[in-house]
Design a protein around this ligand. Structure first.
Ligand code: ADP
Ligand code: ASP
Ligand code: MG
Length: 598
C-alpha cells in the first residue's frame, strides 16, 4: 500500500474550518487507498504569540524552556486535527515528537534530528489509523523536548517521508507552489512547475521562507520528491526534485534576507589561524555565517567582514569580543540596516557575465552594493535595507524571471526521462542510521592553478561593480569567485576576483586600466593560488564545516586568502605550493568528523 505524507503549515490549520478541511484532505487520500501520515504546524501565528509571551517574562528565556513552550503549539493543533478526523468518521492518532520517536541532539531551538524510530508510526498506519505528527519537535537523550528551528515542520515532514520511504510528500501551504521569488513581495513572480533540490536549498537558505532549508537537505539525501501546493485549492503546485526546470537560463530564482547584519573585524593579523579564532567562536553557538570577505592584507593586516542573521547580531558581537581582543584587532564594526539580495540558478555555473548582469541591474535601479560574494550557483549582494525591495525587483526583472524559460520541463516530462535513464542515483557519501541530519559530503577537490586580481580603493557608489565586471567581461576574462567588501578606508571597498592562472596578465592589465579610469588606490594580481572545494549538502547550516576547514588550515600554517560559502560548497583560496598538504589534511579532518558522527 502506498504511503503519503501531508504537511499542513500554520495558516492551513489556523481555525476550526481549516482544520476540518485539512482533515478531509487526509481522509480523501486514505479513501483513495493510501496510508496517510499528516505533519501539522501550530495554528496560525500561535508560535509567534508564544515567543512574545516568553519575552514578556524574561529578556533572555533559557533555550530549553523556550522549546518546552514552543512545542505546545503543535500539541494543540495535532490533537484538534485528530478530533476533526474522528468526527468525520475516520480513525486518527496524534503523536508528539517524543511519541513519534524523533530523537535529536540537544541544541535547543535549533536541534538536529539524529534518528527516527518508525515502528510505532508504521504499526498505527498498518492498523488503518491516520497518524498526525506534531511538526518541528523531538526529544534529546535526556527526554528534554527540543525544537528544530522556526519553520521546522517542513523538516519533520520530509524526514518522516524519507525514513518511512513514502511515495509522496505533499507540503500544503498558503501559496500554490514555489515562485521565482516571494510572491508577497513581487506580484510578478512566476510559479515554477519544477525546481531542483540544489536551487531550492540555496534559495531557502538565502531567505525564501516557503521551505525550511534543512527539509531540502533530507529530500536531496534520500531522493524524496516534494510537492508544494495550496491548502485552499486542488491545482498542481511545484515539484522539488533532483532536476531543474531548465538549464538554459542562468538564474531560476531570487531571494531576499531582509534582516541581515554585517560585522567587520578591523586590522587583524593576516596570518594562518585568524579566521579560525573568529569563526569558531561563532560556530560554537551554531550560528551560520554568510558572505565572508577578508580583504587582501595590507601591511600584514586584514579586515574580516561577514554577515549573520539580524536576530543573531547580539550573540555574534558577544562571541567575537574575546577573539578580537586576543588578535589585537583595531575594532569591531557592525551594521544592522542591511539586507541581502541573492540570485540562484544551476545554469550560472556554465554561463559568463551573470554577475555583471546582476550588478548592472542593481546599478540601474540606483542601488549601491556594499558587499558581494559568489558561489557555484548563487550570487549575493549586500544592500541598504531601505533599498531591499527595489533591489529584489531589479534583479528579478533583469533575469526575466517572470517569463517561463525556453526548454522548461514539466514534472511529467522529467519523470518520463527518469524512467528511461536506467541508473539515476543521488549523490550520498555516507549516511549513518544514528545521524540522519549529520554532515553529508560529496567531495573534496583542488582546482587547477588560479590567479587573484584585486582592486583597492573602489569608490562606494552605485554602478561601480557593474562597470568593473563589464570591462572584465569585455576582455574575455572568465571570472570564478568574486568578493567585494570593506576596505579599511572610509567610503571605499575592495573587489577581488579569481580567474585561471593563464589569465593573470590580461586580468592585471584590465584591472590597471580600471584603476586609472576610476582613480582607485591600487590594482594588483598574483598567481600561484588554488581553490580548495569541499562539496556536500547543507554545508552552511552545518556550522562546523567552516570551522573544521579553518582549523585544519591553521594547524598546517596555511593562510586563507579568500573564502566563500554556500549550502553546497565551501571554497577557500590558498597558495598553490600548499595545495597537496591542504588537500590531504582536509580529507583526514573530515573523515574524523564523519566518524564521530558530527
Ligand atoms: P507555512 O505556515 O505553510 O509553513 P510559510 O509562511 O512558512 O507557510 O511559507 C509560505 C510563505 O512563504 C508564502 O506565503 C510566501 O509569502 C513565502 N515565500 C517566500 N519565498 C517564496 C517563494 N520563492 N515561493 C513561494 N512562497 C514564498
Ligand atoms: N510552528 C513552528 C513555527 O512557527 C514550526 C513551523 O510552523 O514549521 O516556526
Ligand atoms: Mg513554513
Amino acid at each position: 500500500m502506498s504511503l503519503i505524507v501531508q504537511k499542513f503549515g500554520g495558516t492551513s490549520v489556523a481555525d476550526p474550518e481549516k482544520i476540518r478541511a485539512a482533515a478531509r484532505k487526509a481522509i480523501r487520500a486514505q479513501r483513495e487507498g493510501n496510508q496517510v501520515l499528516m505533519v501539522v504546524s501550530a495554528m496560525g501565528h500561535h508560535t509567534d504569540r508564544l515567543v512574545e509571551l516568553a519575552e514578556q517574562v524574561s529578556p533572555r528565556p533559557p533555550a530549553r524552556e523556550l522549546d518546552m513552550l514552543l512545542s505546545t503549539g503543535e500539541q494543540v493543533s495535532v490533537a484538534l486535527v485528530a478530533m476533526a478526523i474522528d468526527a468525520l468518521g475516520s480513525k486518527a492518532v496524534s503523536l508528539t515528537g517524543g511519541q513519534l520517536g524523533i530523537l535529536t541532539d540537544n541544541t535547543f531551538t535549533k536541534a538536529r534530528i539524529r534518528s527516527i524510530d518508525t515502528a510505532r508510526i508504521q504499526g498505527l498506519l498498518d492498523c488503518g489509523f491516520i497518524v498526525i505528527a506534531a511538526g518541528f519537535q523531538g526529544i534529546d537523550d535526556d527526554l528534554n523536548i527540543t525544537t528544530l528551528g522556526r519553520g521546522g515542520s517542513d523538516t519533520t515532514a520530509v524526514a518522516l517521508a524519507a525514513v518511512l520511504g513514502a511515495d509522496a510528500c505533499e507540503i500544503y501551504t498558503d501559496v500554490d507552489g514555489v515562485y521565482t521569488t516571494d510572491p508577497r513581495l513581487l506580484p510578478e513572480a512566476r510559479r515554477v512547475g519544477v525546481i531542483s533540490y540544489d536551487e531550492m536549498l540555496e534559495l531557502a537558505s538565502l531567505g525564501a521562507g516557503v521551505m525550511h532549508s534543512r527539509s531540502i537537505e533530507f529530500a536531496k539525501k534520500f531522493g524524496v520528491p516534494i510537492h508544494v501546493r495550496s491548502s485552499f485549492s486542488d491545482i498542481e503546485g511545484t515539484m522539488i526534485v533532483a532536476e531543474p526546470e531548465s538549464r538554459s537560463v542562468p538564474v531560476s530564482g531570487a531571494a531576499l534576507t531582509r534582516a541581515e547584519a554585517r560585522v567587520t573585524i578591523l586590522g587583524v593579523p593576516d596570518v594562518p589561524g585568524t579566521s579560525l579564532q573568529i569563526f569558531s567562536a561563532i560556530s560554537d553557538r551554531k550560528i551560520a555565517v554568510d558572505m565572508v570577505v577578508q580583504n587582501v592584507g595590507q601591511q600584514g593586516l586584514a579586515d574580516v567582514s561577514f554577515t549573520v542573521p539580524g536576530e543573531e547580531l547580539e550573540a555574534v558581537l558577544d562571541a567575537v569580543r574575546d577573539p578580537a581582543e586576543r588578535l589585537g584587532a583595531a575594532g569591531v564594526l557592525h551594521d544592522d540596516r542591511v539586507a541581502k539580495v541573492s540570485v540562484v540558478g544551476l545554469g550560472m555555473a556554465t554561463q559568463t557575465n551573470v554577475a555583471w548582469r546582476m550588478f548592472r541591474a542593481l546599478a540601474d535601479a540606483g542601488v549601491n552594493i556594499q558587499m558581494i560574494t559568489t558561489g557555484e550557483i548563487k550570487i549575493s549582494a549586500l544592500v541598504s535595507r531601505d533599498q531591499a525591495d527595489a533591489a529584489l525587483r531589479a534583479v528579478h526583472q533583469a533575469f526575466g524571471l517572470d517569463q517561463t524559460p525556453p526548454e522548461a520541463k514539466t514534472w511529467v516530462q522529467i519523470r518520463a526521462e527518469r524512467a528511461a535513464a536506467a541508473d539515476l542515483q543521488t549523490l550520498v557519501s555516507r549516511l549513518r542510521d544514528d545521524a540522519l541530519e549529520g554532515l553529508t559530503l560529496t567531495g573534496i577537490s583542488v582546482s587547477g592553478p588560479q590567479a587573484r586580481v584585486t582592486l583597492h580603493g573602489v569608490p562606494d557608489h552605485p554602478g561601480i561593480a557593474a562597470d568593473v565586471f563589464e570591462e572584465i567581461g569585455r576582455a574575455g576574462i572568465f571570472v570564478d569567485m568574486i568578493v567585494q567588501g570593506y576596505d579599511g578606508a572610509e567610503g571605499s571597498t575592495s573587489i577581488s576576483f579569481t580567474t585561471e592562472e593563464s589569465g593573470l596578465a590580461d586580468g592585471l592589465a584590465v584591472a590597471e586600466s580600471i584603476r586609472d579610469r576610476f582613480k582607485m588606490r591600487s590594482a594588483n594580481a598574483a598567481g600561484g593560488i588554488v581553490k580548495v572545494t569541499v562539496s556536500g549538502i547543507g554545508l552552511r547550516s552545518h556550522t562546523q564545516v567552516a570551522e573544521i576547514l579553518f582549523k585544519t588550515l591553521a594547524d598546517a600554517e596555511i593562510n586563507i586568502q579568500m573564502i566563500n560559502t554556500s549550502e553546497l560548497q565551501v571554497n577557500t583560496v590558498i597558495s598553490a605550493d600548499r595545495a597537496e598538504a591542504a588537500h590531504q589534511q582536509i580529507v583526514k579532518a573530515f573523515h574524523r568528523s564523519l566518524d564521530r558522527g558530527d
